[in-house]
Design a protein around this ligand. Structure first.
Ligand SMILES: [Zn+2]
Length: 431
């Protein structure tokens, strides 16, 4: 039954083809939205009233993670209580058995780098849609040849292990295991496709360069963290295989790179409203038509996306992104001379670091006090590199009118196993 569903959705997505005209896409989205409002939202106590009187999307309330969790019981369409879902999710996480279901849905716990723990529900149908979409958009299906896919994940969930078919063999690697063991298992598996977060891909690349393993993937997929230009170059140089970036979070499968290497938003499965921060940077607010057990309506994400100013040559009219810049929470904030706040986008800092020095690969920069930055750095020439980066950052900040910042340099990155690596992190909360 599950496979039939996947095939059904796979066909539907394939037949849909490529949208080349923005107007046609918008008509399609409106149709999907009306259908979603009628079929799904009328079953959500939270949205029922608005849905029944056929309110416009813009009349629906804006949602964020905190409000989404606070109204969990009312939003979901299955009548699931937050307490019971949380208990099940915690138990699954502890026993590392993700099969138990609640009213036909599996319950997952999102990592929540910002502190709020998120709960998400996924039904069988939603899983089939997700799988079909990933197969269609990310994995090139080769007939008559079984492809081995190595998937590195924070925690197993039925969502991922379900992608097992005649032409694909999925192997799941739990990133909580020591990396040394994982790479040995990976070498034995010999994947055609390697999918992991960029920091894990980089770590595997280091083993390959050191000659400790030999794998030859023909496709590399990066997801879950922001892929920086440095990581991208490093990974691509190691394997000389195409690298596809998937923009995915617990809130959905939001985007993927096309054949031209441009990251496009999946605007046929969700409406993306854009909250602009400047001319090209925006925060996406998503309404996802594929989610029915826990509807995502006008949900404001934490990400800063940078729009491409020119259309992509692949011909798709889906919004093309220059890059995913990082999280809104990670914009560095400094007190200016006249009491104003000076914002520094994470990506700008990454570029300053990249052009200030070489001879290093991994770093993390954290704002730990309003005027104190901590630079964690891995380099054979730690002192020399740290000094160059410090000078680079200081003059960059001074040009922007930020004075009196202290930079502390620490050798090595203190990262917990399985933790997402954010290159630039703001640890202070603005008042
Ligand atoms: Zn494109």
């Amino acid at each position: 039954m599950f496979k039939i569903k996947i095939i059904y959705f796979l066909l539907a997505y394939t037949l849909r083809g490529t949208f080349r005209q923005r107007a046609a896409l918008e008509r399609f989205q409106q149709r999907k939205w009306r259908r979603f409002r009628k079929i799904v939202l009328t079953h959500s106590p939270f949205y029922q009233e608005l849905a029944q009187r056929e309110a416009d999307l813009s009349d629906f309330p804006l949602m964020n993670k905190a409000a989404f969790m606070a109204n969990f019981d009312q939003i979901n369409t299955l009548g699931i209580q937050r307490e019971e879902a949380m208990q099940l999710a915690l138990q699954a996480e502890m026993e590392r058995d993700f099969s138990p279901e609640l009213k036909g849905a599996t319950v997952g716990l999102s990592t929540g780098t910002s502190g709020t723990r998120g709960l998400f529900l996924v039904s069988n149908t939603e899983r089939a849609k997700w799988t079909a979409m990933v197969l269609r958009r990310v994995v090139p299906l080769k007939l008559f040849k079984k492809q081995r896919v190595a998937f590195f994940l924070r925690a197993n969930s039925n969502l991922y292990s379900s992608v097992q078919s005649a032409s694909l063999e999925f192997r799941f690697f739990d990133i909580f295991q020591p990396i040394g063991q994982l790479v040995q298992a990976l070498a034995e598996f010999q994947p055609h496709i390697l999918a992991a977060q960029p920091s894990v891909l980089s770590a595997i690349a280091e083993y390959q360069l050191a000659g400790e393993i030999q794998i030859h993937p023909s496709l590399i997929i990066s997801f879950a963290e922001v892929l920086t230009t440095e990581d991208k170059t490093f990974i691509q140089n190691t394997w000389s295989a195409p690298l596809r970036e998937v923009y995915q979070c617990t809130e959905g499968f939001l985007g993927v790179t096309c054949a031209q290497g441009t990251l496009h938003l999946n605007e046929d499965i969700a409406i993306f409203e854009k909250k602009y921060l400047d001319e090209t940077r925006f925060i996406p607010i998503i309404t996802d038509f594929t989610r029915s057990s826990q509807p995502i309506v006008r949900y404001e994400l934490n990400d800063i996306l940078v729009e491409k100013t020119e259309p992509c040559t692949c011909g798709s009219c889906f919004t093309a992104l220059e890059r995913i810049e990082g999280r809104e929470d990670d914009i560095l904030l400094f007190p200016g001379a006249n009491g104003e706040m000076i914002k520094v986008f994470p990506d700008l800092i990454c570029r300053v670091i990249a052009r200030s020095a070489e001879g290093f690969r991994a770093y993390r920069l954290r704002q730990i006090e309003p005027l104190v930055l901590q630079l964690e750095l891995e380099s054979a020439n730690f002192e020399g590199v740290a000094e160059k980066i410090t000078n680079g950052i200081q003059s960059f900040l001074q040009e922007r009118g930020v004075l009196g910042v202290t930079l502390r340099c620490v050798e090595g990155i203190q990262k917990k196993a399985g933790e997402k690596l954010r290159r630039v992190e703001r640890k202070i909360v603005p008042n």
